[in-house]
Design a protein. Structure first.
Length: 195
C-alpha cells in the first residue's frame, strides 16, 4: 500500500470517527431531552466564538510535518471534545497555523449539527434491525444499565447501529465530566482561520 493510499484510508477512518463523535453528542443531547432541531436552535442563538485554548504544559501534542522542495504540510491530530482548561496550542502548532495558507478539517463545518444529522440517520441508525436483535440477553441488560446510568434507557438506543450506541454511551460521560465539544480543537482553529 502506498503512502497516499494509507493517508486516504486514515483520513477516511478519522472522518468517520469525527462524524461519530459529533453524532454521539447530538444523540446524547436528544436522549437527554435537549432540543433536537439544531438548525432552528442555531438560527435562534448565534454561535459564540470559540475560546482561545488554555496554555499548554510540557511539549504539547504531536504535529507531523511533510515537506518537499516547494511545499510543507502539517498534520495535526485533533481532539473533538476537551475540557475548556485543556491546553493544546503549543508554540509549534501556533507557528504551523500562522504559516499556513490553507487549513483543512476532517469535517468541513464541525459546528453544524444540522448537516451531520442526515449522515447519522443514513449510517448510524437501523430502525429495521433493533439493537437488541444483535445482542444476547445479558448484553441487552448491560446496555440498559449503561443507558440508565446516563438518564436514558436501552429502549431509546434500539434504532442505533452498535457503533453509534457505543459512541453515544462513551461520549455522554465525557460531557457530564466537564468535557465540552465547543472546546474541541477544530472549532478553535476554524474560528481563528475565519478571523
Amino acid at each position: 500500500m502506498t503512502f497516499t493510499a494509507r493517508l486516504r484510508s486514515a483520513t477516511s477512518t478519522l472522518a468517520q470517527g469525527a462524524v461519530g463523535v459529533a453524532g454521539g453528542l447530538a444523540l446524547f443531547a436528544a436522549i437527554a431531552g435537549a432540543p433536537v432541531d439544531a438548525q432552528a436552535q442555531a438560527q435562534a442563538q448565534p454561535a459564540a466564538p470559540a475560546a482561545a485554548p488554555a496554555p499548554i504544559q510540557g511539549k504539547g501534542p504531536a504535529l507531523w510535518v511533510i515537506k518537499d522542495a516547494d511545499s510543507t504540510l502539517y498534520l495535526f491530530g485533533s481532539v473533538h471534545v476537551l475540557r475548556p482548561t485543556t491546553g493544546w496550542a503549543s508554540p509549534r502548532v501556533q507557528a504551523a497555523f500562522d504559516s499556513a495558507s490553507e487549513i483543512w478539517f476532517e469535517i468541513s463545518n464541525p459546528d453544524d449539527q444540522a448537516a451531520l444529522m442526515p449522515l447519522i440517520q443514513q449510517h448510524g441508525l437501523s430502525p429495521d434491525t433493533p439493537l437488541s436483535s444483535r445482542l444476547t440477553p445479558e448484553e441487552n441488560a448491560e446496555l440498559d444499565a449503561a443507558a440508565q446510568a446516563l438518564g436514558a434507557s436501552g429502549l431509546q438506543l434500539q434504532p442505533m447501529r452498535p457503533w453509534l450506541a457505543a459512541l453515544t454511551l462513551s461520549v455522554a460521560p465525557l460531557v457530564k465530566a466537564g468535557y465540552d465539544p465547543k472546546s474541541g480543537v477544530e472549532l478553535v482553529l476554524k474560528a481563528r482561520a475565519e478571523a
